[in-house]
Design a protein around this ligand. Sequence first.
Ligand code: CTP
Length: 211
Amino acid sequence: MRFVITAGPTREHIDPVRFLSNPSTGRMGFAVARAAVERGHEVVLVAGPVALKTPKGVARVDVTSAREMLSAVEGALADANCARATAVFVATAAVADWRPAETAGKKLKKRDMTGVLRLVRNPDILKTVKCERKIGFAAETDNVLAEAARKCREKGLAMVVANDVTEKGAGFGVATNRVTFFRRDGSAERLPLMSKLAVARRIVRFAETLA
Ligand code: CTP
């Protein structure tokens, strides 16, 4: 199978030295990439700005913004179709939902800043891309299962990996995660606290059942 995976944050620049972003480190996505290679799959990893080493055997495409991430994913999925590979899209990236309406080409001077930043919506990559096998994440602070069910339906997913980021060991930048697999058929499987690599291996095994 060909796995196309997004990882890390995106950056939405205000000017060359300022941007909007979030604390995602990319660990979960890199773990999925490693787990998929271990199982002999082809992997394209589309990564936002992160400080992680590329797992062996993974083709990595570096991007900055959400729009760049979307076009890299669409390119990788189109290639998979050309190669007649069974494509799976796994979206782990913490994509910025909004970007500044304008990006200044030169550094803005504080004397010229009004204090108002006009924002426009970014594309929802997971919802937009056409792929029969999509797996998404839902990082929530409350109503975890209801939100997972909604995202599964609205984004046309085979599975949502839901986690409560307020739980110990399940947030940004840690090596562990505590997730619930919420599948298209309505079944929910709550996994114990485990390493992100162990979660990633379970995700890859599930993806293989979609082939
Ligand atoms: N996602 C994406 N593109 C976006 C936003 C999210 O591909 N612009 C993907 C994430 O990679 C994740 C899933 O969608 O797999 C859920 O993201 P999340 O931010 O939890 O959900 P949102 O759709 O932004 O919903 P809400 O703000 O209502 O929680």
